[in-house]
Write a protein that binds this ligand. Structure first.
Ligand code: GUN
Length: 305
C-alpha cells in the first residue's frame, strides 16, 4: 500500500506565508494586492472554482472582485472590460476563468490582458517565457504540482515522467516545467497508441484527462509516483461502491451533496503506487495557493517592492 500525497498542508503553509506578507504591506504601507476574476457564462464548475479563489483571497486580505458576464456578451465588450482592468492601478492580477464559452476566441481574449497582470500564466507571452525557461508567471496547477513533488522530496532530474492530457491549463505547461527541471517527459493524449503501456513506464505519472477513474492499476508501474489532477463528480451509488468499496465517508458525502468527487485515477492505484494524490485534497488546494502567490508577486513587482 502506497502513501497519500496530500496537498492541503502545503497549500495552507503557502497561503499563510502569502497572508503574513500581505499583512506586513498593509501595516507598513497601507497597500494590498488586488485580484480581478472574470467569469463568462454559467459553467457550474467554473463558478465553484472562482468562488473558492475569491474566498481564499479575502482571507489573505487580497482585494478580490468577480466580474460575472452573461454568455451572450460580445467579444468587444469583454475585451473592453479587460482593457479597463489593465489600466486600473489597484488591480495587480487578472484571471479569466477557462473554458470560455465556445463562441469566444480564447487566444484573442487572453492576449488582451497585460502580461504583467497575467497571474494565471495563460497569456502567450507567459507561456513563451515558460518554454524559454525565462522568468514569468507560470500556470497555477502545474506550478502547484511541482511544489508538491518538491515538498515530498521527489526528484525530477533524469526521471521518466508521463503526463496524460495536453491541455493548455495543465498538460502542456507541466511538460515544459518538467523539461526545464531536467525530467524526461512523454506527453500523451487521446490519440496516443498503447497508452497504458506507455504510462506504465513512468517513474512519475500525471493524469489530467478529465475522465473519472480512467487510470487503472495496469497504467501504473509498481512504486511509481502518481499525481491525479482530475475532478469528476459521480452521483451513482453503485459506481461509488465500485470505485471506493464500502467507504462510509464517501457514502455520507454522496448523501449530503448528491455527488462525490473522483479523480482521473482509480482509487485502487494506491495499492500499486508509492505515492498517490487524493481527490479532493491533493492538487486542487495548491492551484489556489499558487494563484495567491502569483498575485502577491505581481503586486510586489508592479510597485517595485
Ligand atoms: N479552468 C480550470 N482551471 C483553471 C485555472 O487554474 N485558471 C483558470 N483561469 N481557468 C481554469
Amino acid at each position: 500500500m502506497g502513501n497519500w500525497m496530500e496537498g492541503r498542508t502545503l497549500a495552507k503553509q503557502i497561503r499563510e506565508k502569502v497572508g503574513s506578507e500581505v499583512s506586513q504591506f498593509l501595516k507598513n504601507k497601507n497597500q494590498s494586492p488586488g485580484l480581478a476574476g472574470i467569469l463568462v457564462g454559467e459553467n457550474k464548475a467554473s463558478k465553484i472554482y472562482l468562488g473558492i479563489k475569491e474566498k481564499h483571497s479575502r482571507r489573505l486580505n487580497i482585494r478580490s472582485e468577480i466580474i460575472h458576464l452573461p454568455e451572450t456578451t460580445e467579444a468587444a465588450s469583454l475585451k473592453s472590460k479587460i482593457q479597463e482592468l489593465n489600466q486600473r492601478e489597484d488591480v495587480d492580477g487578472i484571471l479569466i476563468q477557462l473554458p470560455l464559452p465556445s463562441s469566444f476566441d480564447t487566444h484573442d481574449i487572453l492576449t488582451t490582458m497585460k502580461p504583467e497582470k497575467d497571474v494565471d500564466g495563460f497569456h502567450p507571452f507567459s507561456l513563451g517565457n515558460l518554454l524559454m525557461d525565462e522568468e514569468g508567471f507560470r500556470p497555477c496547477t502545474p506550478l502547484g504540482i511541482m511544489e508538491l513533488l518538491k515538498y515530498y522530496n521527489i526528484p525530477i532530474e533524469g526521471q521518466k515522467v508521463v503526463v496524460i492530457g495536453r491541455s493548455l491549463i495543465v498538460g502542456k505547461p507541466l511538460a515544459s516545467l518538467i523539461t526545464n527541471d531536467n525530467g524526461t517527459v512523454t506527453l500523451c493524449h487521446s490519440r496516443t497508441k498503447e497508452l497504458s503501456r506507455v504510462a506504465a513506464e513512468a517513474d512519475i505519472l500525471v493524469a489530467a484527462i478529465g475522465r473519472g477513474a480512467y487510470v487503472t492499476p495496469e497504467f501504473v508501474k509498481e512504486g511509481a509516483v502518481v499525481v491525479d489532477v482530475g475532478q469528476n463528480s459521480i452521483s451513482d451509488k453503485e459506481k461509488v461502491k465500485e470505485y471506493f468499496g464500502d467507504n462510509e465517508k464517501r457514502e455520507r458525502d454522496l448523501e449530503k451533496k448528491g455527488y462525490t468527487l473522483i479523480g482521473d485515477v482509480h482509487p485502487q492505484v494506491i495499492h500499486k503506487a508509492r505515492y498517490l494524490t487524493p481527490v479532493p485534497g491533493g492538487v486542487g488546494p495548491l492551484t489556489v495557493a499558487m494563484l495567491m502567490k502569483n498575485t502577491l508577486e505581481s503586486f510586489k513587482k508592479r510597485r517595485g517592492l
